[in-house]
Ligand binder design. Structure first.
Ligand code: F6P
Length: 560
């Protein structure tokens, strides 16, 4: 059933008219006209403070955007998502990552199944496994306790656990056996080769993380890992009693939605952690895919992460649209992309622990909303997901901020930082220095968003006259600032859930499906064909001239 596209509906048209009327009004003027913008456009929930006052908008803009959200039936969409309706229409299934963080006493029955019980049964199995590692009871085939775990996965089976493990590394529990967790994702084997060169096979275990358990990147790394273990533990002077079955059992855990494929690969039944088709890969860190996180921070903190995300889910469900953080963040993005024509978005955390946050969001946002057909399969006539990229803000200041300040692209920025850090460092001298460094970082964070907003108008001219063009800053780049009370498992959980829901609200307004990713399939098929040609198993007929030339260049360079 097709319906009137959103850009032909009343609220969108009103916004287009309003945007034309606003022209390129400068943020400087908006602040002059409305001095209490922080109070007007700031909101807090779940340990997060969101300042949207540096967006290029007015109260009227926000009113019109809220109309748009109502016209797109965002409240009903939120209800359907959380209730487990089949919101992933192209794959005809729910998208129930929120069920993974429901507390044990909650109830969610979807299509006759009590999901909370299965979710918590898996969490309990994870807990039992994590305890065995932390007590030094999980031993390798030669009897030594496992010390290093390498996660083999890619995309959602890598980025979430990698980002969170790094962000929460301060939360290592006091246990007998600490586990060092490493991540290898690239199909070229370079990351894995690096680990294999320095890890001890007797004390290393691999977690094969793959929802589908068909991803060639992960399976080729898994094969290399298995051959390395066999060569090192079964070849030469092998220890008595160590055989392949024991090696497979003690050195591999599988995490997947396909138990059959895990078994086929050789993962022992009781070393398989399962999740469900209704959890999307890039939304999966909250369950068994989060095992590496739990191995580093322990289950208590892992559950803290879930609790924070759940708090944001509740806020998302219960808060009025005008106070709803994910809705407001989504609307700011829609305003920029669709009405101000700002199609680049930079993610800039000011805390080294959030080093992988931008990479995580790149998948979450662009794999979800990088779409150009509606739910009905019609081409959209408006822009959807912007190009999103980022890195640690302090480092980016010395890299790509030049473009933000003086380039020709309009860019929306998200600045993210904890309010307080290092106040718990035991040594007072170090504590004072480090707290000073944190304030230095915050000063830079706030100054950068201010400079991007105001331009150089706030700075006096030089004594010898106005500055030349190459020293001018036009400002008027919009940004949002997100402050975490502190970076804890709870606030991190809330932060990630905030972005998940922001993506969902935008997808609802754009009428696209954020839960599939058909766009990645064509490249996979073509890579298979190309691999066969490169390996001389198929001929070059039908290949385009560029690819043919590249393949021949490789053949010419390979040893004969
Ligand atoms: O190819 C894209 C993708 O399917 C992502 O959506 C997913 O997170 C990643 O590959 C890994 O998939 P899997 O967990 O099935 O190995």
């Amino acid at each position: 059933m097709s319906h009137t596209p959103i850009d032909q509906q009343r609220a969108w048209c009103a916004l287009a008219e309003h945007a034309a009327g606003m022209g390129r009004r400068h943020l400087r003027d908006l602040f002059d006209e409305q001095p209490s913008r922080y109070e007007t456009f700031g909101r807090s929930a779940a340990g997060l403070t969101l300042d949207l006052s540096k967006q290029r908008w007015t109260d009227q803009t926000l009113e019109l955007l809220l109309d748009l959200a109502r016209e797109a039936d965002v409240p009903e969409a939120i209800r359907g998502l959380l209730a487990g309706e089949r919101v992933n229409r192209s794959e005809d299934r729910p998208a129930l990552h929120t069920a993974l963080r429901l507390p044990a006493d909650a109830r969610l029955e979807v299509e006759g199944q009590d999901l909370v019980a299965s979710v918590h049964a898996t969490l309990d199995r994870m807990e039992a496994m994590v305890e065995r590692f932390h007590n030094g009871q999980w031993r390798g085939a030669t009897g030594k306790p496992i010390r290093d775990v390498v996660n083999l996965g890619v995309g959602g089976s890598d980025l979430g656990p990698l980002m969170v493990t790094h962000a929460l590394a301060d939360y290592r529990p006091d246990v007998e056996q600490h586990i060092d967790v490493h991540f290898a994702s690239t199909m070229d084997g370079s990351q894995l080769a690096d680990y294999l060169a320095r890890l001890n096979p007797e004390t290393t275990l691999f977690v094969l993380s793959s929802k589908s358990f068909t991803t060639i990147d992960t399976l080729s790394n898994a094969r290399t890992a298995r051959d390395w273990l066999k060569a090192r533990l079964l070849g030469g002077a092998r220890q008595e009693g160590v055989d392949e079955a024991l090696l497979m059992r003690q050195h591999f855990i599988g995490v997947s939605a396909s138990p059959e494929k895990m078994s086929e690969w050789g993962i022992a039944d009781d070393h398989q952690l399962e999740f469900w088709e209704w959890v999307g890969g890039r939304y999966s860190l909250w369950g068994a895919i989060g095992l590496p996180v739990a191995l580093v921070v322990g289950m208590e903190h892992f559950r803290g992460l879930l609790a924070g995300a759940h708090e944001m889910d509740r806020h998302f469900r219960e808060a009025e649209l005008a106070d709803n953080l994910p809705v407001l963040l989504a609307l700011a993005g829609i305003w920029n992309v669709n009405f101000l024509d700002i199609r680049a978005h930079s993610i800039l955390p000011y805390d080294g622990r959030l080093e992988y946050f931008a990479a995580y969001l790149e998948q979450l946002e662009m794999e979800s909303n990088g779409k150009s057909v509606t739910h009905d399969g019609e081409s959209v006539s408006y822009s959807t997901c912007p190009v999103l990229w980022g890195q640690l803000g302090p480092n980016a200041q010395h890299a790509f901020y030049q473009l933000l300040h003086q380039g020709t692209q309009a860019v929306e920025c998200d600045f993210i930082a904890p309010k307080v850090r290092y106040d718990d460092v035991p040594d007072p001298a170090t504590r004072d220095h480090l707290m000073g460094q944190h304030r230095l970082t915050l000063a830079n964070c706030f100054a950068q968003s201010r400079a991007l907003m105001l331009g150089d108008a706030a700075v006096a001219d030089d004594e010898d006259g106005p500055r030349p063009g190459h020293r001018r800053y036009r400002g008027n780049q919009p940004s949002s600032t997100l402050l975490l009370d502190r970076l804890t498992p709870r606030t991190l959980g809330a932060l990630v859930a905030l972005y998940e829901h922001k993506v969902f609200v935008q997808a609802t307004i754009w009428d696209i499906n954020p839960f599939d990713q058909w766009g990645v399939e064509l490249g996979k098929t073509m890579a298979g064909e190309t691999q066969r040609i490169l390996q001389h198993e198929a001929g070059l007929e039908g290949m385009d001239d560029s690819t043919r030339g590249l393949i021949e260049a490789v053949w010419a360079a390979e040893p004969q």
